[in-house]
Design a protein around this ligand. Structure first.
Ligand SMILES: Cc1ncc(COP(=O)(O)O)c(C=O)c1O
Length: 452
């Protein structure tokens, strides 16, 4: 089979999405409110969601594994989240105080209990704002202007971290000295020049680069699992913690994807390593916009207006909707659900069941697919080779995975082409069976008529 004919069939089956996207693209730039949402020939337009399902403009129903990029850990409109939001709105009479309110304190207490590395927190409206603020705190704390980030790690859509997110082999340099490659047109060269790129999971190279450049680096920011599903070696994480402490570099875990998903206490609980600062987002808002920065008192307090009346001595942070009661109520309901005995474990067990089923089908049809991940996040890689580094992703057969994605969509499963899979409390035995049936049909089709 040809990928182009799968894309043609995709288009023919979705005339309403095609026409709508065509219209949208005239007045919404590219038809999408975020570049990652686009895929060719056109992204599906959804008009409804229900627990673990999405329904598109042409009436097709899909088991949803995108889950708004992993944010909806209890599924769409979980009754406990819905009730909490309705209650907060009714009882408090507003969607935003623009001031401190009691629910913020309840959420703070839950976060401090679950994330022992937090002495203090601040809320933001997105993961982007959380990583941006964490880096500003680190700059203030150390007085150094460069950041170090890992090749292939995503920290949101701001200039300093939009470097080497998905660099290509012709630009990324050697593993011993990876180059900083801008991800976006329009980011000032300053950010490229003040970003040190580290190779994930390669301790020797990281140790050398960090030691050489320690005098310039304020922080190492990282996704503890690359893209949320490629785990670092435990020794790598331990070494990184020790070296950054020795060198006076702030260690920031960006747990926007992994928070509440690898373990309820995040990847830091999984590794048993405490960073200095953490960025959370996605699940923390229970399906509403949120970001959180949490960490050590000595760093967090740099933003306290109680510290000094002088602007020059206080790290600025603000946001109109920071800590708004609806996001906080939804996040609290989600966290409290996940803390009830058995609930998180059930989502993990379901993830394992689904992954084992997919891996078994790949074996049965003798196709080069494998699942990779931890906790409630995984991806389907189109290669039999082991994947442990960003550059290993080059072994993934992107065209084959894309073909699988188009077949899966036609069989009622959606993760957005080439995207990882996230599980939710709404994905039960029926959804898992439907998904495995879709994988079986898709793999059978690929076996019978291989991708040409
Ligand atoms: C690891 C990580 N950091 C930061 C962000 C940015 O979060 P937001 O999209 O809420 O700005 C994301 C979003 O996908 C992410 O995965």
């Amino acid at each position: 089979m040809k990928l182009s004919s799968l894309q043609d069939t995709f288009g023919t089956k979705r005339p309403n999405s095609a026409a709508f996207f065509e219209r949208a693209s005239h007045t919404i730039s590219g038809g999408v409110n975020g570049n990652l949402r686009y895929f060719a020939p056109f992204p599906i337009i959804f008009e409804k969601a229900d627990a673990a399902s999405l329904i598109d403009l042409d009436g097709h129903r899909y088991v949803d594994y995108l889950l708004s990029y992993g944010a909806l850990m209890l599924g769409h409109a979980h009754p406990e989240v819905l009730n909490a939001v309705q209650r907060a709105w009714t009882e408090q009479g507003t969607s935003s105080f623009g001031a401190t309110h009691p629910l913020e304190m309840e959420m703070t207490d839950e976060l401090l209990a679950l994330y022992p590395s937090f002495d203090q927190v601040r809320f933001t409206n997105s993961g982007l704002e959380a990583t941006l603020f964490a880096l500003r705190l680190a700059t203030a704390h150390t007085g150094k202007a460069c950041i170090a980030k890992f090749e292939g790690h995503y920290h949101g859509a701001h200039d300093h971290v939009l470097q080497s997110v998905n660099p290509t082999a012709d630009l990324y340099g050697t593993t011993q000295a990876p180059k900083s490659v801008p991800e976006s047109y329009g980011t000032p060269d300053y950010y490229r020049d003040h970003t040190v790129i580290l190779p994930f999971n390669d301790w020797e190279a990281c140790e050398r680069i960090l030691t050489e450049k320690a005098g310039q680096i304020c922080a190492v920011i990282m996704e503890p699992l690359l893209s949320g599903y490629i785990a670092a070696d435990r020794a790598f994480m331990k070494n990184l913690r020790e070296l950054t402490t020795q060198l006076g570099i702030v260690l920031i875990f960006d747990e926007v994807k992994t928070g509440f998903r690898i373990e309820v206490g995040g990847a830091q609980a999984f590794y048993g390593v405490e960073p200095d600062l953490t960025a959370l987002g996605k699940v923390a808002g229970g399906g509403f916009p949120i970001g959180v920065v949490g960490g050590k008192r000595a760093i967090m307090e740099l933003s306290s207006p109680l510290r000094s009346p002088k602007k020059s001595e206080v790290v600025f942070h603000s946001g109109t909707f920071n800590g708004n009661p609806l996001s906080i109520a939804a996040g609290l309901a989600t966290i409290r659900y996940l803390k009830q005995p058995g609930n998180f474990e059930r989502i993990v067990a379901n993830t394992h069941e689904l992954r084992s089923g997919i891996d078994a089908l790949a074996k049965q049809y003798d196709l080069p697919f494998q699942t990779l991940g931890e906790g409630t996040i995984f991806n389907v890689m189109a290669t039999r080779e082991p994947i442990g580094h960003y550059r290993d992703l080059g072994k993934n057969n992107g065209q084959l995975r894309l073909a699988l994605d188009f077949l899966l969509m036609d069989n009622g499963v959606y993760s957005k082409p080439l995207n990882r899979f996230s599980m939710s409390a709404a994905h039960g035995p029926a959804e898992i069976q439907k998904t495995l049936d879709a994988f079986e049909k898709s793999m059978a089709a690929l076996k019978q008529d291989p991708l040409a």
